[in-house]
Design a protein around this ligand. Structure first.
Ligand code: GAR
Length: 233
């Protein structure tokens, strides 16, 4: 069967791009990357694409008088390459409604939080500042508002007491790499439908139950009586 043609848009390091490149190397993976575009000339991720022999293009937003002209260029390049699904992978430019409409339900993004919580920048710092016990990452279809749109896949990552933004980012990033490839696979296998602006996924199941933090220990601190502990009663 023909593979789904991906265009990946990056701005920097490109570790999610690398995860997609690696996934696409699998013979049974139903998608292939046909073009990588960076909006910044020095984007580190371009090296991963070049190494893998994938065509790359730099479309520097500063070379255009306005957003519309910049996005026109993006659009034309993606069309020329025959792209069917656009994957934003650390692409740090907001896209206008016009561009989003042109790629409606064919444009996905990864964000390092459990959306709709903690949209925007400095996610991990804000998670820690807020004292959230769980965070994670989300792959979603893009809608005109920032970090908004039907959710395709999420992974939950517990926040540890001694986490700083860096350690948390590292654990979340590991999960990003897994769920981005998973989401692309599901779309390429036509297992994802958007119904009333929500994703209905077929052939995907998640464990039922609950993740609880802090973990309820059998015995509370010394001398205290834990109401959850049958022996204490
Ligand atoms: C990733 O953590 C991605 O989720 C985030 O930027 C990082 C890019 O890393 N994207 C956003 O915050 C989008 N709102 P990468 O370049 O190594 O893939």
């Amino acid at each position: 069967m023909a593979k789904l043609k991906l265009g990946v848009l990056i701005s920097g390091r490109g570790s999610n791009l690398k995860a997609l490149i690696d996934a696409c190397k699998g013979d049974d993976f139903p998608a292939e990357i046909v073009l990588v575009i960076a909006n910044l000339p020095g984007a580190g991720g371009l090296g991963y694409a070049e190494e893998a022999g994938i065509p790359v293009q730099v479309i520097h937003h500063r070379d255009f008088p306005d957003r519309e002209r910049f996005e026109d260029e993006l659009h034309q390049s993606l069309k020329r390459a025959g792209v069917e699904l656009v994957c934003l992978a650390g692409f740090m430019r907001l896209l206008t409604e016009n561009f989003v409409n042109r790629w409606w339900d064919r444009l996905i993004n990864i964000h390092p939080s459990l959306l709709p919580a903690f949209r925007g920048l400095h996610t991990h710092e804000r998670v820690l500042e807020y004292g959230a016990r769980f965070t994670g990452c989300t792959v979603h279809f893009v809608r005109p508002a920032m970090d908004d749109g039907p959710i395709i896949a999420q992974a939950v990552v517990p926040v540890a007491l001694d986490d700083d933004a860096e350690s948390l980012a590292e654990r979340v990033l590991r999960e990003e790499h897994t769920i981005y490839a998973l989401a692309v696979r599901m779309i390429a296998e036509s297992r994802v439908r958007v119904v009333q602006d929500r994703v209905v996924a077929q052939g995907a199941s998640a464990p039922r139950g609950a993740l609880i933090s802090p973990i309820l220990h059998r015995h509370g601190p010394r001398g205290s009586r834990n109401p959850h502990d049958a022996k204490a009663r």
